[in-house]
Design a protein around this ligand. Sequence first.
Ligand code: HGY
Ligand code: MN
Ligand code: MN
Ligand code: MN
Length: 428
Amino acid sequence: MTETASAVTSLMAAIADVGTDPRRGGYSRPVWSPAEKDLRSWFLQEAHSRGLDTEEDRNGILWAWWDLPAGRRVTSLEASRQGALVTGSHLDSVPGGGAYDGPLGVASALAAVDVLQAREAAGALDRRRPLAVAVFPEEEGSRFGVACLGSRLLAGTIPVERALGLRDAAGITFAEAARAEGLDPAHIGPDPAALARIGQFVELHVEQGRGLNTDEHLSAGAPAIAVGSTILGHGRWRISFHGQGNHAGTTLMSDRCDPMVAAAETVIDVRRLARVQPEARATVGRVEPVPGGTNVIASRVDLWLDVRHPEDEVTAALVEDIWRHAQQAALSEGCTAELTEESLSGTVHFDPQLAASLTEAVRRTAPAAPLLPTGAGHDAGVLAAKVPTGMIYVRNPSGVSHAPEEHVEDDDAVLGVHALADALEDLL
Ligand code: HGY
Ligand code: MN
Ligand code: MN
Ligand code: MN
C-alpha cells in the first residue's frame, strides 16, 4: 500500500477522541454539537490542505471539490460540476456510538483523494469530471429524530415544514438550530441545483454486522471489503402512553394508571412479535418517562420503535400488531396511547450498473469481495431515490456497531481506501 493510503489511519487517529462519551465510552456527536462542529472544521481543514474548494449548502451539507484543472474544463466551473462524482458520509453519531460509523467514510474519501491526486500528478489519471467529498448532517437522527435528515432535505423526500418543526430534547426546533449555525430556514429544503451536481454517489462505510466477520476472518484471502446490494426497509415510530402522574408513596397499587407499566409490557411484546418474522428487526432503544422522578408515577411515557424488514408490507403488519398490543396494554392500565410515525423508507436496491462497476474495481483489491445486503440505513440509501448510488463496506471484526466496540483494523481501512480510489478512478 502506498504511503498516502495509510493517510486514513492518521486521519482517523486525528479524530480519535473528539466527542467521546464518558457515560459508556464511545462517541456522542449530535449534529451541530461542539464535538460534531469540531469534526466539521477538521474536515474543512483537511480538504483545504488538499487544495479542495469547500462550501456549505442551504441544508448544512459540506462539499469539498476537486475540480478539473481550468485548462481541462470545456465549460464554466459550475457547468463542469454538473454530474460530478461524489463520495463521502457523515460525522454525527448515535449516543455512545463507535469511532468508525460515518468518520471512516469521510476519512477514506480524503485519503482516496490523496491516492488519486498522486496518480494524476504522475500522469496516470486522466479525469473527465470533478470529484466532490460530501459530509451530510444528522445522518443518525440522534438530535431531531429523523435519520438522514440532511440527505432527505437535499433529495426533497421529507416535507420541509415537518423538518423545520422537528424538536430536539431541549425543545429547540431544527429551524432554530439551523439559524444558529448561520443557515437560513427559509432556504432549507429540496436543492435541485445541488442534486444536479451529483452524477453518482459512492459511500464507504464500516460494516455494521457480521457479513464479513467470518470466524476465519483473519485468514488469508478472506474478503475484508464488500459492495452494497440492498438496504433494509426501515421505519421509526413513537408510542406515547398517557396515565395519571402521582405520588409514589401515597398512591395504592390499585389506584394507579401507570404508563410505565404499559410501556414495559409493550417492549416485551415488541420482541415476542418480531421473533415470529425471521427477517424482522424491531428495537426499542429509547424510553422517556415524564417527568422522570424516582418517587413519581409518570404521567406520560414515550417509547421509540425502530422496525426493519426486507418487505414493506411485513413491516407495516408487524407495526400494526405491536400497536394493537400497545393499546391493549394501555387499556388494562387505565391509560391511553397514541402512535406517531416519524420516518418510513422502503427497501433500497442500489443502482445495478454502479454496483457492477464498484464490484469490478473492489475485486481488483479483494478478489473474493461479496455483494452485501445491510440492515443499516445510510445517506446513500436516501439519495438512491434520485441519483445512482453505491456503497463499499470495510470489515468490522467486532460485528458490533452503534456501540464503542465497533472496530476496523488499520490494514483493512487502507485496503478500503485503495478499493475506493480504484472504484472512483473507474468512474472519473
Ligand atoms: O439507523 C441506521 O441504520 C443508521 O445508522 N442511521
Ligand atoms: Mn453511518
Ligand atoms: Mn449509524
Ligand atoms: Mn414530596
